[in-house]
Design a protein around this ligand. Structure first.
Ligand code: NDP
Length: 402
């Protein structure tokens, strides 16, 4: 296996294409397809080695099937939006090609994140002898693999997981989102929830917060939100009693979000305006900076990881497994900001795992179900080094008190 089709020429898709282009010993054929051809052309020019490109509307499976039949990739990496997941999975099944993505399917008219739609493809992928690898970005993705590594190596029993996600960068804009604005705003405006003792506990949006001390960044106010990797980790980490997800938002971000919500600009239902139906969040996306445009003057770092508590050799232990990524370094390497970089490097590492035979299987898999060790070794080589730190309770006292 040596041929890849990347769908989606956005901020993260550009990183995937460029990183594949820097690994020509593994990726002999690289094809990038997206809705807007000019975005593919720009990335093509910036790649370190030649790639081919096409215009594609991936909502239409027949177009994707025709493209796959023409270029015959071994793997499709879906870097478009979650709305396209099922249509691209259908095209992979129809053509006998493996599938990978970084975000779970969402229907356009309901802001609902769950794996049920994609897990329902299990038998179809199994019968065809194909693998569909779900959620292979950073979170979901690397965070799931940190948990798998903890389960394999660091703990006999895992009791609690807190996934902590801080972007301590500054892009210099009044308001912008670090990945696709529509998907980002749908995620942060939905109701929060976390899982404890076998039950999902529902909370008002951004109603629980605490200070978390992030490596290389320091203490930052972090909000409890729902994030999709919690759903699969609850299934795949044995003996788990609680899982929560925390993300930092600046006061400025929250202020803008409040205003946009209060005036209805984040609505996902159609509003009649001068004789046509407009979906406010889609219009808002057209006004906001594209995430790929933020890279140039972005300073600061992302610091993302998992705080895991449990038992090893009869003793209670706590570990923090994390990566820190510098916006300016990412821009220097592939003209991207760190959120796009941390999203785009893991699917390249996942593709290497598949092409080298470290990841195998028939059916639909979340990444924590696949071997963690070879992935983590390659992750460091590809630019995302990770670290483990044994924590004392006092080092994250505010988090453990919630
Ligand atoms: P962008 O908006 O920059 O890129 C999305 C790209 O997909 C755009 O180029 C867009 O085309 C293209 N696209 C949209 N619809 C279609 C379609 N029907 N057919 C073909 N191409 C299409 O977003 P990002 O790159 O920042 O993020 C991409 C996705 O990655 C996010 O939506 C999110 O789901 C996922 N993500 C995952 C993370 C993780 O850690 N797991 C973190 C961050 C993001 P056009 O330019 O024409 O609009």
């Amino acid at each position: 296996m040596d041929s890849v089709l990347i769908i989606g020429a956005g901020a993260a898709g550009a990183v995937v294409a460029k990183k594949c282009g820097l690994n020509r010993d593994i990726f002999k054929h690289i094809h990038l397809a997206s809705r807007t051809l000019s975005k593919c052309e720009k990335i093509q020019k910036e790649c370190a080695s030649p790639i081919t490109i096409s215009q594609l509307d991936a909502d239409d499976s027949t177009q994707t099937i025709a493209l796959i039949n023409r270029i015959k990739p071994h793997l499709v990496i879906n870097m478009a939006l979650p709305y396209q997941d099922l249509a691209i999975m259908d095209a992979c099944l129809a053509t006998g090609v493996h599938y990978m993505d970084t975000a779970n399917y969402e229907p356009k008219d309901v802001a609902k994140f769950e794996y049920s739609w994609q897990w329902a493809y299990q038998e179809r992928f199994r019968e065809k002898g194909l693998i569909a690898i779900l959620g292979c970005g950073f979170d979901p993705g690397v965070t799931n693999i940190f948990c798998a590594h903890a389960q394999e190596v660091l703990f006999d029993e895992i009791h609690t997981i807190d996934i902590i996600d801080c972007n301590d960068g500054n892009h210099g804009k009044a308001f912008a989102t670090n990945f696709n604005p529509e998907i980002n705003l749908r995620e942060v405006t939905q109701r929060g929830k976390y899982w404890k003792n076998g039950e999902w506990i529902d909370i008002d949006p951004l109603s629980i917060a605490c200070m978390i001390d992030y490596p290389e960044v320091g203490a930052r106010k972090s909000y409890l939100i729902y994030h999709e990797e919690e759903e699969s980790l609850v299934q795949n980490i044995k003996g788990l009693k609680q899982i929560r997800f925390w993300m930092t938002f600046s006061d400025n971000y929250i202020k803008h979000l409040d205003v946009l919500q209060n005036i209805g600009m984040t609505r996902i239902d159609p509003v009649r305006f001068q004789g046509i139906d407009i979906i406010p969040i889609e219009f808002l996306k057209a006004l906001l900076p594209e995430p790929s445009s933020l890279a140039e003057n972005y300073s600061g770092k992302t610091s993302i990881g998992c705080i895991i508590q449990g038992i090893k050799d009869g003793k209670q232990v706590r570990h923090l497994i994390y990566n820190v990524c510098d916006h300016a370094m990412c821009n220097k390497e592939v003209q991207a900001q760190a959120v796009s970089y941390t999203t785009g490097v893991p699917p390249v590492v996942g593709a290497i795992m598949l092409f080298q035979g470290h990841w195998q299987g028939n059916g639909v898999f979340n990444v924590e179900q696949l071997p963690a060790q070879p992935f983590l070794a390659e992750l460091t080589k590809q630019g995302l080094p990770w670290h483990i730190w044994e924590l004392k309770e006092a080092e994250q006292a505010a988090l453990f008190a919630v």
